[in-house]
Design a protein around this ligand. Structure first.
Ligand SMILES: [Zn+2]
Length: 262
């Protein structure tokens, strides 16, 4: 690939990758364009499908909470009919990518999502479109925050980003003393392939803590993203939080305890 390429992926691996002898082309049979959203699928997707409506609404939800400006840069979504077609295409065109159910790919000229129609397509598209909307207006978002925000917004609308799966995973590991919060460690991860499921869960927990517990904490995230837009860089969140929380990791553990017991 000749261009700078940033990949951001979903956490879950593709189930049942089949060997294909012919490689499918990009889905182009059906097209839906709504605001930035530009979906191309190799099957007919109803124009008013509720998933499409949810993806359109996601942009305004994120804009309000994260104080994002709006962009008119299209985010192209290639939606394959099934996992085999998707896997064959990705294997041929992006052979170095890890094995994931969906991808967001940013180049210098395009924002593209690849996914397939499966049991978890709604979650996958909300996750990848969250990356798309964020990247369309904010450069250089730290990987952990990028994934934390995408994990937050992959939940169905109305759940306020609360992930029962992440809470259960972290709570179990925390009680077994196999995990404790460490934002500096998360900040040191710079490749999706190096992120484990518990890293996605911890990234989600930090973002849930910041976005759902107080206006002041939400404003910290908004300021961080605004600084990235203004200057292309921002002080690490661990440094910012150490100035406003006595011990940020303890505050996060308290938040997890509250979530797990309420
Ligand atoms: Zn992601």
């Amino acid at each position: 690939m000749p261009l700078r390429l940033t990949i951001v992926a979903c956490v879950t691996f593709v189930a049942g990758c089949a060997a294909w002898t012919s490689v499918p082309s990009l889905p182009e049979r059906s097209s839906i364009v709504r605001d930035q959203l530009d979906i191309r699928s190799d099957f007919v997707l109803p124009q008013k499908h509720r998933l499409v409506e949810e993806l359109v609404a996601l942009r305004s939800d994120m804009g309000l909470k994260l104080d994002l400006p709006t962009s008119d840069e299209p985010i192209r979504v290639y939606l394959f009919d099934n996992a085999n077609a998707y896997t064959a295409f990705m294997g041929k065109n992006y052979p170095t990518f890890p094995d994931r159910r969906a991808f967001f790919v940013e180049s210098d000229t395009q924002l593209v999502v690849y996914a397939y129609w499966g049991d978890r397509v709604a979650e996958d598209l909300r996750h990848e479109m969250a990356h798309g909307y964020l990247h369309s207006v904010t450069p250089n978002v730290p990987l952990w925050m990028d994934e934390g925000i995408a994990e937050f917004y992959e939940l169905p609308r109305g759940q306020r980003g609360r992930s029962a799966a992440h809470i259960a995973l972290l709570w179990k590991r925390y009680q077994e003393r196999h995990w404790s919060p460490n934002l500096r460690r998360l900040e040191s991860l710079n490749e999706v392939a190096h992120m484990e499921q518990s890293d996605y869960a911890e990234a989600w927990l930090w973002m849930h803590f910041l976005l759902e517990t107080s206006r002041d904490r939400m404003a910290i995230v908004q300021s961080h993203l605004a600084e990235l837009r203004r200057t292309g860089t921002a002080a690490p969140m661990s440094q910012v939080l150490s100035g406003v929380e006595t011990v940020p990791e303890e505050s996060l553990a308290e938040h997890l305890t509250w979530l797990a017991t309420h």
